[in-house]
Design a protein. Structure first.
Lengths: 190, 120
């Protein structure tokens, strides 16, 4: 809220990014409370609850995966901005940019224009207890499974990055014309 | 740091484009619409910043999903972002209301929920 007020003169999502952290903490507390409530029997007989939780967790897992796409996009922009900074800091082809960059500098400058606890039950209530336990167990699984799958997938892909095949940050080799057409100024500079 | 150490302040209406409802306004248009009384625009910016955290919309001041919906061109990711955010915000709201109604000894996660509106 403080960030939103301090930046009253313009709207920019980056400004309230820190609020996302507190939103995540609140989301954790709310989901935990829902799962605990389910375990206590508060949602006995409501089999839709684990399904809803699974859907919600899966949606956020997919969104989290999308974050990588956004990070990739930002990395691309930042590379290009840094290329522009290098131009302004060393406009006369200094050695900091290297001889190769110096050679292509003139051309690049031209292009720049652009959660089960057991519940004691007996007799006829055993079945009810079983159902409660089942729902509670499913709820925990529904919350955790998508994130675990996402984490494992990310780990596998990161291992791929070690072997020079990063799925999100792959930089295909392009020639100067293709780099210019893609507005890939950083590659042009390199 | 921004206001005292760097002393850069905030950009004025004439310095950058900004989203407003369903359209993106260039500095000239911002000046023309809000130059005389920018308070409405400033209030809008504060409100949309909070809404963007709770509902994923608007983005950078622009109601992107709503605009896409009016054009019958909603990307599936928009449904995912807005749907998951609305559902989670409702869950947080229900949990907060339940916590408030019971008025029992707060557990640590409950206290964290209480922290959200103060710090976000």
């Amino acid at each position: 809220m403080a960030n939103a007020v301090l930046a009253f003169s313009y709207a920019k999502d980056d400004i309230v990014t820190i609020a996302g952290v507190f939103y995540a903490i609140a989301a954790y507390a709310a989901v935990r409370r829902a799962v605990v409530y389910a375990r206590s029997g508060g949602l006995s007989g409501r089999s839709w609850f684990p399904r809803r939780l699974l859907s919600l967790a899966a949606a956020w897992a997919v969104r989290s995966s999308g974050v990588h796409h956004v990070v990739n996009e930002h990395a691309f922009r930042t590379r290009n901005r840094l290329g522009g900074v290098a131009t302004r800091v060393a406009p006369s082809r200094s050695m900091a940019l290297g001889p190769t960059a110096a050679a292509s500098d003139r051309h690049a400058a031209e292009r720049r224009t652009g959660q089960s606890d057991a519940e004691p039950q007996s007799g006829a209530r055993v079945e009810v207890a079983m159902v409660r336990r089942l729902i509670a167990g499913c709820a925990s699984l529904a919350v955790g499974l998508p994130g675990v799958v996402l984490a494992l997938g990310t780990a596998v892909m990161m291992l791929g990055a070690v072997n020079d095949s990063p799925p999100w940050w792959r930089v295909d080799p392009v020639n100067m014309s293709e780099a210019a057409a893609l507005r890939d100024q950083a590659t042009s500079w390199r | 740091v921004r206001f005292w150490y760097l002393d850069t302040g905030l950009p004025t209406l004439s310095e950058r484009a900004s989203g407003f409802l369903l359209e993106r306004l260039e500095p000239d248009e911002l000046q023309r619409r809000f130059g005389e009384s920018p308070r409405l625009f400033y209030a809008y910016n504060v409100v949309v910043a909070v809404l963007s955290v709770l509902f994923s919309e608007p983005r950078d001041g622009l109601f992107v999903a709503t605009r896409a919906w009016t054009r019958s061109d909603v990307h599936p990711h928009a449904y995912l972002a807005v749907g998951s955010s609305v559902a989670m915000t409702l869950l947080i709201l229900v949990a907060a209301i339940a916590m408030w109604r019971r008025r029992r000894q707060l557990e640590r996660p409950d206290r964290l929920v209480g922290v959200l509106p103060r710090l976000s």
